[in-house]
Design a binder for this molecule. Structure first.
Ligand code: ADP
Ligand code: MG
Length: 678
């Protein structure tokens, strides 16, 4: 069904126009019908002159010419035509640079006009307009598409090109199996493309768009799922050392943690490499799932690498792993860029010879000189902080290694189903037992003292706090508070409470020493920048104060708040904001006050920021959605996914006659999906 007819065969599309069109992605007739109008111009109703208002200045109606006049303007001698519509409302038509209209608009003749009119000192005037001889030519009674334009393109050229393309390709073949149309309430594709461009009602346009969105998502899901290897799931059992680890813990794992560990174990024990995303809210206990499954891999004779985005986090994880796993006989190592000289040489040797079981580190893990004897399991913490290439580099260190990518915060469902369609997903919904939701307060200047008092009470109870500011020092940005100034201020406020200042400019070992002192309660509060945003796990901290909270995005606020509420102690988050909040900032802060649920916050964040911002690299390199919106089409995303899964279940090879259409589509739509490594 591939049709490669060029757009240049459409009337009015010469060299210039076709160059401009190609920058909109249109080179063939087929591309033209797949170009989504950015809006519609609804001219179904005639709009008489007196209906023009500031909110909606458009008019489209019949007029009769009454007389001509002239006036001088910057453009020179300018024609002014006086006319009236069928109501008898008068209008002055100002014909800038269109003196030639004098010959056409002769007194007493009738025309159809559309454009934008406005009332000027009691007189209606119009200067941006089109004049047509007939109703049809003026598009009255129709809904017209409004396209994105560049260069020399005009709406008129585009509409003609669309009309031509639709006709030339007509009848446009179905793109889905016959039964799916009725089942999913879709338009057949011939109709869908026609109605996308020239709908009969706005409802009609919506249905056409939904059909094309469904088709695009479904085909994408189908092709991703077809590439995904079949995993034969076999029940898999924890090893002795895993059992031992579980017994040693002072708490029991949540249902979700157990389930995730089981899913990972089963993948690991199957011959096909795992590619799994572990989704969980902040503090849901992802790290423990990582250690438990690392133990499984080690017991099956593999080496494990755990990669964290910062040295601080890597260190924390290495300490945690050492405490939990070394007593069980696991040989744990730590590598970052700052491990140098003889100790580095020895470390590299042990990785290569297989005398280290688990190595924890930063991106230093994939430096060229690092090689493994048998890397079988790679765990990537805070996966969004790593680029595709970095993940690939790590994977190339092992042969068919299983990969577990852990998220920092939940990913909205629509993104999980599309952008991460090539992953298996485990989700930690439930929080460990006994956690009390963090209480969040929005604080303005008048309540600042109250806040300091509340924190003092926490200090008296022996609890700990973080104070977070957006700047390291005063960079002359007026009233922005910075850590350096506030550190001194807080010292006066809480004279006997031990504290430290921590920010990105400190050397790494200094940062680590401070965090260790904080963990050991030698320090009671930290004055910090957002270096503490991700992953830091100090259970006894119960307060976080975030100043200029309006300057942080939802994801960052949620991450920061996640530094507290990590134990059974009640904890508090104070979001301090300044004057002149934008609506968007207000809505962010309100979301934070109203919910602790990272899954809901992620949905809100997607609504506010849009998918491009949220997923960065993956979005830009992976998906080219023309019709579907990941923000508003969640139901379509879900339906498309369900249908794709059904087809894979029933006819993965697409051998049934009914699915022949899909077999063709899969060849065509290759271009939709970028080759995937991870
Ligand atoms: P995140 O999912 O944000 O990475 P962590 O893995 O850092 O969360 O875990 C947060 C804290 O919860 C850690 O102190 C961890 O020891 C603790 N924890 C993990 N699982 C449980 C559990 N089942 N019960 C109680 N505490 C747990
Ligand atoms: Mg974590």
């Amino acid at each position: 069904m591939t049709d490669r007819r060029r757009i240049t065969e459409a009337p009015g599309i010469g060299k210039k126009a076709s160059d401009d069109l190609s920058s909109l992605g249109v080179t063939t007739l087929r591309d033209m019908i797949s170009l989504r109008p950015r809006a519609y111009d609804d001219r179904r109703e005639e709009r008489r002159i007196r209906e023009a208002s500031i909110d909606d200045p458009s008019i489209s109606c019949r007029i009769t010419v009454l007389s001509h006049a002239e006036f001088s303007s910057k453009a020179g001698r300018t024609l002014k035509v006086l006319a009236m519509d069928d109501d008898g409302t008068r209008i002055e038509i100002l014909c800038f640079n269109r003196y030639f209209l004098k010959q056409q608009l002769m007194t007493g003749t009738s025309w159809y006009i559309y454009g934008k009119a406005m009332k000027n000192r009691g007189v209606y005037q119009i200067s941006s307009f089109e004049i047509k001889r007939t109703r049809e030519e003026a598009g009255i009674g129709r809904i017209l598409p409004v396209y994105p334009l560049t260069g020399s393109l005009t709406e008129k050229t585009m509409r003609r090109a669309a009309e031509y393309s639709l006709l030339a390709l007509s009848p446009i073949p179905d793109e889905l199996p016959l039964s799916m149309y009725e089942k999913e309430g879709l338009m057949h594709h011939d109709e869908a493309y026609k109605r996308l461009h020239f709908p009969l009602s706005m409802e009609d346009a919506r249905k056409a768009l939904d059909t094309l969105a469904f088709t695009e998502l479904f085909l994408m899901e189908l092709s991703v799922l077809r590439e995904k290897p079949n995993t034969e799931r076999k029940k898999s059992h924890p090893t002795k050392r895993e059992e031992e680890l579980l017994k040693k813990l002072p708490f029991s794992l949540t249902e979700d943690q157990l389930k995730a560990a089981e899913e990972i174990r089963e993948d690991m024990d199957s011959p096909i490499p795992m590619n799994r995303l572990l989704q969980g809210d902040v503090g849901s206990g992802k790290t423990l799932v990582a250690w438990l499954t690392a133990l499984h891999a080690i017991d099956k004779g593999k080496q494990v690498a755990f990669m964290a985005p910062t040295e601080l986090l890597a260190r924390q994880h290495a300490d945690g792993a050492a405490e939990l796993l070394m007593p069980l006989g696991v040989r744990v190592a730590f590598i970052t860029g700052s491990v140098k000289g003889e100790s580095r040489r020895l470390l590299l040797k042990s990785l290569k010879e297989g005398t280290t079981d688990l190595v924890i580190g930063t991106h230093a893990l994939f430096s060229e000189d690092v090689s493994f004897k048998n890397l079988g399991y790679a765990i990537i913490d805070e996966q969004h902080r790593f680029g595709v290439q970095q993940r690939e580099a790590l994977m190339n260190k092992g042969k068919n290694a299983d990969i577990l990518s852990m998220t920092a915060t939940p990913i909205p469902r629509s993104l999980a189903l599309t952008l991460f369609a090539d992953y298996s997903v485990s989700v930690l919904h439930s929080m460990p037992k006994g956690r009390i939701p963090v209480k969040t307060y929005l604080v303005n200047e008048t309540r600042r003292d109250e806040m300091y008092k509340a924190v003092a009470v926490e200090f008296q109870r022996g609890h700990q706090a973080y104070f977070v500011y957006p700047r390291i020092d005063d960079e002359g940005e007026g009233d922005l508070r910075d850590v350096t100034t506030m550190f001194d201020f807080l010292k006066e406020k809480y004279p006997d409470v031990p504290s430290a200042l921590i920010h990105s400019r400190l050397p790494d070992d200094e940062k680590m020493r401070i965090l260790r002192d904080f963990r050991e309660k030698k320090l009671q509060y930290l004055v910090a920048t957002s270096v503490i945003e991700v992953g830091i796990d100090i259970p006894e901290a119960t307060c976080i104060i975030i100043e200029h909270a309006e300057r942080f995005g939802l994801a960052a606020l949620h991450q920061l708040r996640g530094r507290v509420g990590r134990s059974t102690l009640a904890s508090y988050c104070f979001l301090v904001y300044g004057k002149g909040l934008t609506e968007e900032a207000k809505s962010r802060l309100t979301v934070m006050r109203e919910t602790n649920d990272g899954f809901r916050i992620a949905e809100k964040d997607l609504e506010i920021r849009g998918p491009g911002e949220m997923t960065g690299e993956r979005q830009s390199g992976f998906l080219h959605l023309r019709f579907a919106s990941l923000t508003s089409d969640l139901d379509i995303v879900e339906r498309a996914r369900a249908e794709a899964e059904r087809i894979i279940r029933e006819d993965k090879g697409l051998l049934k006659a009914e699915n022949a259409v899909l077999r063709n589509q899969m060849l065509e739509h290759r271009s939709l999906i970028q080759p995937r490594q991870i």
